[in-house]
Design a protein around this ligand. Structure first.
Ligand SMILES: [Zn+2]
Length: 660
């Protein structure tokens, strides 16, 4: 991060490794004949393993629109309103920060690049006028304005977004009517020539995605015109390259170009943009995934998650199952074999080991859990969930939400984190307001603009409640309203009240998380009802609902361990959805290391000693004792554990413990 080219160098190393593997694999393929004459050299030979199949993405792609019928879909953000809770506080901190950032300062480098006057004070960090990533945050900002307007009805933030779209459209016109960026096309020339450059398509994607969000969520027609122009420019630029050249271009991080272009194809009702999106298919990354092979070691994590989101979108628009397999295999590998107890993934921005070697990975670096990765994995997860309505996706989503997203924003100023350290002795470090603008600042400001987007989903007739977050749902099409109230997770229960103008029959599906101990206790209008809904399933109540009918569900929680797969005595402890952590050492690091534009500098402060825990019995509830009416836990009288998301900046902590 201190060296802006570190991402690229990392990726070059990783790509050369995976390319060599792909070539070697291709050489293994040999024809099978029907010859059976003894000694015939052409006869098939018995081999270990299976014959390598063809590489699914080695043929040219041809896009044909054939929409997938998802099992469920999320409610629009305009139909859900957060009510007071930690999530509401995060949303509001972010919203206030969106108001504080100056539109003209954000526009400064775009205007300069277009030759338009600007006297605004330049921003710092990754938005500095000489930073090759400049302009990326402006795309995130447009998305955040659009999402915040949808989530809260804040018209002032919508108008600020509209102003920026209009000003950016002037820049685009000045640049010829199609290209739009805060840097000249010369960066793309360098990309084409394979010269050193910092991810120009990554930034281009953010701006394109911001325009798409402003069109979709704020009905800004001009934003769609700008996006189409940007798509046309990308079409022209990529069409001039051979397939081989394009695959080399894809060695450089390019964000979610494919996803944005697939979305543009839908909005513009033009398959041409989907064909452009197909050009951003990195074959040597997709081929092993489509064959359910984990070849992720050595890859830069957040370069690749957006590509898989693009694959998921491609599957939804074409029903091409190869793309389904890429998304499904990737999600399963990352979540089941490469995810820490926080729900996050990555170390030094990459995957450094083979699957299920997290303890080994922790020894190789301290900058774990890039926040962008959590953002993008959640984005991918809600898509995969919609295809199947399988509640296991929300076990993961909830884990990330409570343990990686809550806590990585300062609720008094909206500033966010880059990495979330899980090496024992790590601490939280937050960016500054005008001198940071990391990638994670960008994804963070989107994340906290859309915290309400996955609480509720629906099918044609049923409501699915996936998260216990206080909120109001207004299903306008069905004239059904739902009000969720609780003090979750401080209290392990939630209450859902139905509000209808006249009695309505529909199934209410309430997710029972996998961490529930035993069975949930359920009452309807104050009277206990029988329930056999097991953890990891839905509790379904189908009935004719009257206004005021209410359900209360209690989710029994207990402490459970999550051992490292490759070092079972190194364990994290959770209580319900909450990862627990303890402050270690004298409880402080210098304030200068907790805030700043450089991100966490773990190397500047020696980690304090972390106590070993003596688990007297296998059941951690025997020796990790919860205090009454508090989410504070005493460990054998010597250590206190609290929810990880409540530990603030400048406090060294541990979430993993050596247990003897
Ligand atoms: Zn990031």
């Amino acid at each position: 991060m201190k060296n802006p080219f570190s991402r690229r160098l990392f990726m070059e190393l990783s790509v050369s490794g995976s390319l060599a593997a792909a070539v070697a694999h291709a050489d293994d393929v040999r024809p099978i004949t029907q010859a059976s004459v003894p000694g015939d050299p052409a006869a098939p030979k018995e081999q270990e393993g299976t014959v390598p199949p063809a590489q699914p993405f080695d043929q040219p792609l041809a896009f044909t629109r054939h929409d997938l019928r998802a099992k469920v879909e999320p409610f629009s953000l305009t139909q859900v309103r957060l009510k007071p809770s930690a999530f509401y506080d995060a949303q509001e901190a972010n919203r206030k920060l969106l108001h504080r950032w100056s539109a003209d300062r954000l526009l400064h480098t775009f205007r300069l690049n277009a030759g338009l006057p600007s006297s605004a004070q330049p921003l710092g960090g990754w938005e500095r006028p000489d930073c090759e990533l400049r302009g990326h945050f402006v795309g995130h900002y447009l998305s955040a304005c659009a999402l915040t307007f949808s989530s809260t009805g804040d018209t002032e933030i919508r108008d600020k977004g509209n102003y920026m779209v209009a000003e950016l459209a002037k820049c685009q016109q000045k640049l010829g009517g199609r290209y739009l960026s805060a840097f000249p096309t010369e960066l793309f020339d360098r990309l084409k020539r394979r010269e050193r450059v910092w991810a120009p398509f990554y930034t281009y994607h953010k701006i394109l995605a911001g325009m798409i969000d402003m069109n979709q969520l704020c009905a800004n027609a001009q934003a769609l015109d700008v996006a189409k122009g940007m798509g046309d420019w990308a079409d022209n630029w990529t069409a001039q390259l051979s397939e081989k050249q394009m695959q080399l271009v894809l060695d450089e991080e390019y964000g979610g170009m494919s996803e944005a272009l697939y979305n543009l194809a839908v909005l513009a009702d033009s398959d041409r943009y989907a064909t452009v999106a197909d050009r951003f298919t990195k074959r040597r990354f997709f081929n092993p995934l489509a064959l359910h092979r984990d070849q992720l070691r050595g890859l830069h994590t957040n370069t690749h998650i957006p590509q898989v989101i693009g694959a998921a979108r491609r599957y939804e628009l074409s029903s091409d199952y190869r793309f389904h397999d890429v998304a499904d295999a990737f999600w399963t590998e990352v979540v089941e074999t490469r995810t820490y107890a926080t729900g996050g993934t990555s170390n030094n921005e990459g995957w450094l080991t083979e699957p299920n070697h997290l303890a080994q990975e922790l020894k190789q670096g301290s900058k774990t859990n890039e926040c962008c990765c959590a953002y993008n994995m959640m984005k991918l997860t809600r898509r995969l969930y919609a295809w199947s309505a399988d509640p296991r996706y929300f076990d993961y989503y909830e884990q990330v939400l409570y343990n990686h997203r809550l806590g990585t924003i300062e609720t008094d100023n909206g500033h966010t984190q880059y990495y979330l350290g899980v090496v024992p002795g790590s601490w939280r470090s937050f960016g500054t307001e005008d001198d940071t603008f990391w990638c994670c600042t960008g994804t963070g400001t989107e994340e906290y603009s859309k915290l309400a987007d996955s609480i509720y989903f629906h099918s044609s007739d049923a409501v699915f409640v996936n998260l216990s977050i206080p909120s109001d749902l207004d299903w306008k099409e069905r004239r059904i309203r739902l009000r969720q109230t609780n003090h979750f997770p401080q209290e392990p229960r939630t209450r859902l009240e139905v509000l209808v103008e006249s009695p309505q029959h529909f199934p209410l599906n309430i997710r029972v998380p996998s961490w529930v101990t035993g069975f949930p206790a359920v009452s309807l209008n104050g009277k206990p009802i029988e329930s056999s809904a097991a953890p990891g399933s839905y509790l379904v109540i189908a009935r004719s609902w009257h206004s005021g009918d209410h359900v209360e569900v209690t989710f029994p929680m207990s402490v459970y361990a999550q051992p490292m797969p490759d070092e079972p005595t190194q364990q994290a402890f959770l209580y319900g959805p909450l990862l627990l952590a303890g402050v270690v050492g004298d409880g402080t690091v210098p304030q200068s290391l907790a805030v700043g534009p450089m991100g966490p500098e773990f190397e500047k402060h020696a980690p304090p000693p972390v106590p070993e825990l003596h688990g007297a019995k296998p059941d951690p509830n025997e020796w990790i004792k919860k205090r009454p009416d508090s989410l504070t836990f005493d460990v054998a009288g010597s250590l206190t554990l609290v929810p990880f998301n409540t530990i603030g900046a400048a406090q060294p902590y541990s979430v993993y413990w050596k247990v003897s």
